[in-house]
Design a protein around this ligand. Structure first.
Ligand code: ADP
Ligand code: MG
Length: 382
């Protein structure tokens, strides 16, 4: 729910209908040619990135790909070797962190252990010399927002991990920042709480409308939360797009492997005809280049074919290796006729027929419209 008042400023109401801090107009972030090296090792390599006003953008990548470095450069805790960072019209690359008006949530929360909850949350307001009665009012509103009403007097050490997380979030938004940065804020929480917080954080974002840059190495978290995902690979942005586009149309094998499950088939291309695992295959756009590429098969897009399919399919013959019941889905491991292993995942139902036995022949297929061919050098071909 995003409510925009006539002024264009987001009006904020929590799900319980209680008033919450109204946040200033969201700012776009424009990053140009940002580079950072440690000695001979390049950690950020000429990064260009535009974050739209009010967008939830996630930096996703494996450990060491430069996510934290990029976030710290945006926050001002790290001075890049070169490049520009603008918040709206303003160049901030040389601006001190506290002058950037950013709400920041760190992985370890970075709360002050000697201050109680209210003093932690009120810290950014005291820093900004806000009058005490207003601090009290805004701290209470921020605590309410995170279901911490009445917790102001507690010591940080009395709180659970999830509650500390909420205190860190309350502290990040209490001064109505125009940009919120979060570095793996949920990674210390157990799976159940983490998945609930993913949805809560996204809902919070929708209420506040604040431009948000979020860092994670968890692809499912990124898919769940983001308007767009920027996938980092060794200090470069490999691809930036919506969750859906990144998942359905990865631009490179790296992105395809990092996001979701997939099997890959070697594809040979000759005179515009593509062959994989003994079958001629087609994609929405047939590669123009000769040579080698790979075909990406998402397990849930691969189907058992029984001849009743009406849409154009790429078909493969194979043998079932194993059928694994996983509750919500059935996972089939299949060896295609050329020996390539592929996985097929299908939703289960209470009245399912028994799964195909190991060793039985099987015909599987993927819709031509779902077929993605990728060059093995990392560039998209279809
Ligand atoms: P991520 O957050 O994606 O895991 P980081 O941004 O923390 O990655 O680090 C990217 C790379 O930069 C890593 O290879 C890391 O070892 C290196 N690095 C980060 N900070 C420093 C530093 N202060 N000195 C030297 N190397 C660093
Ligand atoms: Mg990191």
């Amino acid at each position: 729910m995003r409510q925009v008042a006539d002024s264009g400023e987001p009006a904020v109401v929590t799900s319980e209908g209680s008033p919450a801090p109204a946040v200033g107009k969201a700012l776009p972030i424009a990053i140009r040619r940002l580079s950072k090296a440690y000695g001979a090792v390049s950690v950020l390599d000429d990064v260009d990135l535009d974050v739209r006003p009010g967008e939830f953008l996630t930096l996703l990548g494996p450990s060491g790909s430069g996510k934290t470095t990029l976030l710290m450069a945006i926050a001002g805790f790290l001075r890049p070797d070169k490049g520009s960072i603008r918040f709206g019209e303003r160049e901030v690359v040389r601006l001190a962190p506290h002058k950037r008006e950013i709400g920041m949530v760190f992985q370890n929360y970075a709360l002050f252990p000697h201050m109680n909850v209210a003093r932690n949350v009120g810290f950014p307001l005291r820093l900004r010399k806000v009058p005490a009665p207003e601090i009290a009012r805004r701290v209470e509103a921020a605590l309410e927002m995170f279901q911490l009403g009445g917790y102001g007097g507690r010591s940080i050490t009395q709180l659970s991990g999830g509650q500390r997380q909420r205190v860190a979030l309350a502290r990040a938004i209490v001064f109505e920042p125009r940009i919120i940065l979060m570095d793996e804020p949920l990674s210390a929480l157990d799976k159940q709480l983490r998945e609930r917080m993913q949805i809560e954080l996204r809902q919070l974002h929708d209420r506040l409308g604040t431009t948000t840059v979020y860092v994670t190495h968890d692809q499912r978290e990124a898919l769940t939360m983001s308007d767009r995902i920027a996938v980092l690979e060794r200090g470069r942005i490999a691809q930036i797009d919506t969750s859906r586009a990144i998942y359905d149309r990865p631009g490179s094998r790296f992105v395809a492997e990092f996001i979701g499950e997939s099997s890959f088939l070697d594809v040979s291309v000759a005179d515009g005809v593509c062959c994989a695992a003994g079958s001629i295959v087609r994609a929405p756009k047939t590669p123009v280049l000769q040579g080698r590429c790979v075909m990406m098969l998402r397990p849930e897009r691969l189907r058992i074919l029984d001849g009743s399919d009406t849409e154009p399919m790429n078909r493969f013959e194979g043998k079932v290796q194993s059928a694994i019941y996983q509750g919500d889905t059935l996972l089939l491991q299949i060896l295609l006729s050329d020996g390539s292993p592929v996985s097929l995942r299908m939703a289960t139902r209470g009245d399912d027929a028994p799964p195909p036995a190991a060793g039985s022949p099987i015909t599987v297929g993927i819709a031509v419209s779902d077929t993605v061919l990728l060059a093995d050098d990392g560039t998209a071909r279809a």
